[in-house]
Write a new protein. Structure first.
Length: 440
């Protein structure tokens, strides 16, 4: 039962969404600040057109999350080409990830068609489905952002970028939005803002007009979307976060933690691998042992996850629970080498939940361990003073129940992942060109 106490933790929706946006942009340095640039341009265009407050809020959120459906680096890099090909693969991916949560419903619809050309007004609909005007604003903003050469001075590019956009008004871009873009792009400050290292502060000022606070229940639901973005990148890890969250929450309940902290543990499970968005898929999906160089790259995910969530005020305890899941009592863990009493109980629980889930869950390249073997592996880590032996004893005594909740959570996540794959496959057949397509 989720607590509805009015004194519940309240988290800034804008800071949370910004953390996910930053995580997606970590995939490659060339993507740095792409989401934020698109958000800023979109907002300025819509503001010039006097868009109502509620529509601006959804547009800003869509800007910060517009590429969440591009789950692999190659997809993201391809989208940096001004003349993009088959963009509906990632737009539908984002829509499917977001559509089932009320807070993201309109955002998902905007993202779904944010690469739809205007085509002299034909782009106002797609296969008899209306296209939100915000989708066309986002498309224009996205193409402006990818046109900026980071190696050259921003002001030196203004004329060429505007000519490129103006030249495709009505064919590719809504001419009304191109006119609004022309108006805002006349000031040097607009372009300087886009390449400024202080762009975050500009967006924070904008967000302050529209931000909302999330209680524990909403926070859990939003972070479930985060877990899908993290896990659905690969069929190897498609249900991992769900399992970890379920096991960690069950352990906390068995240890008689307060209800609110048990809920926070489930949320921490959703977020614990956020930093993996910065790790390339060929490392995440490697079935065998990682090389030393690959392992060092993998270690960075816990570091990135911690500092991404550290920007979200009020999330400190949840961040500590989740992001320190690779620390070990003997100091052999990473990335901060926290050890002994400095490693708090919540992080100890999460570390065990992560190991327990990883060795018991099925993966495409291997079956999960049998119960007896899994228990021995976890017990050995307790004897070696890596994991908390007392918590391990509790897990052993309740092993069947722990596994039940892990399986239940992961079965639900697996259904959602299969649906996600079906939607993507359907979209490839529906929207992508039939001849010469990589998916034909």
């Amino acid at each position: 039962m989720w607590s509805l106490n009015p004194d519940d933790l309240k988290i800034s929706f804008s800071e949370l969404v910004s953390a996910l946006s930053d995580a997606v942009d970590l995939i490659s340095p060339v993507l740095n600040n792409h989401h934020k640039q698109v958000t800023y341009i979109s907002y300025r265009i819509a503001e010039a057109l006097n868009y109502p407050r509620e529509r601006l809020a959804d547009l800003i959120t869509a800007g910060l999350m517009h590429d969440v459906g591009a789950l692999d680096l190659s997809e993201r890099i391809e989208l940096l080409d001004f003349e993009e090909e088959e963009p509906y693969i990632h737009t539908i991916g984002g829509y499917v990830l977001l559509r089932d949560l009320n807070i993201f419903e309109k955002v998902g619809e905007i993202i779904k068609h944010h690469h739809r050309p205007w085509e002299y007004g034909e782009g106002s609909a797609c296969r008899d489905e209306p296209v939100h005007p915000e989708s066309h604003i986002l498309y224009l903003a996205d193409r402006v952002a990818v046109s900026i050469d980071k190696s050259a001075g921003a002001l030196n590019q203004v004329e060429d970028i505007y000519k490129k956009i103006k030249g495709q008004a009505n064919s590719r871009f809504n001419p009304r939005f191109v006119e609004a873009f022309e108006s805002i792009s006349k000031t040097e400050a607009f372009w300087m803002d886009l390449v400024s290292p202080d762009l975050d502060s500009r967006l924070k000022t904008i967000w302050s007009k529209f931000d909302r606070r999330l209680g524990l229940k909403e926070l859990f639901e939003v972070t479930r979307v985060f877990a899908k973005v993290i896990d659905f990148r690969s069929r190897f890890t498609a249900v991992h976060s769900s399992g970890v969250g379920a096991v960690a929450e069950t352990i906390a309940r068995k240890m008689s933690w307060p209800e609110m902290d048990c809920q926070k543990m489930a949320i921490a499970g959703n977020l614990h691998d956020l930093g993996k968005l910065a790790i390339r898929n060929h490392i995440l999906e490697k079935p065998g042992k990682l090389t030393r160089a690959e392992y060092n790259i993998m270690k960075a995910h816990a570091y990135h996850g911690y500092y991404l969530l550290d920007k979200v005020s009020g999330l400190e305890k949840i961040n500590e629970y989740g992001s320190l899941h690779h620390e070990r009592l003997d100091g052999s863990g990473y990335p901060f080498r926290v050890k002994g009493k400095a490693l708090k109980e919540g992080s100890r629980i999460m570390a065990i939940a992560d190991v327990f889930t990883a060795i018991t869950e099925d993966r495409p390249y291997r079956r999960g361990m049998e119960d007896d073997r899994a228990i021995r592996v976890v017990e050995r880590m307790g004897l070696d003073h890596k994991l908390d032996a007392a918590i391990i004893a509790l897990v052993k005594d309740n092993f069947e129940e722990m596994n039940h909740y892990r399986r239940k959570a992961q079965q639900q996540a697996a259904r959602e992942y299969r649906n996600f794959e079906k939607e993507i496959h359907f979209t490839r057949n529906l929207y992508c060109r039939e001849e010469g397509s990589a998916f034909s």
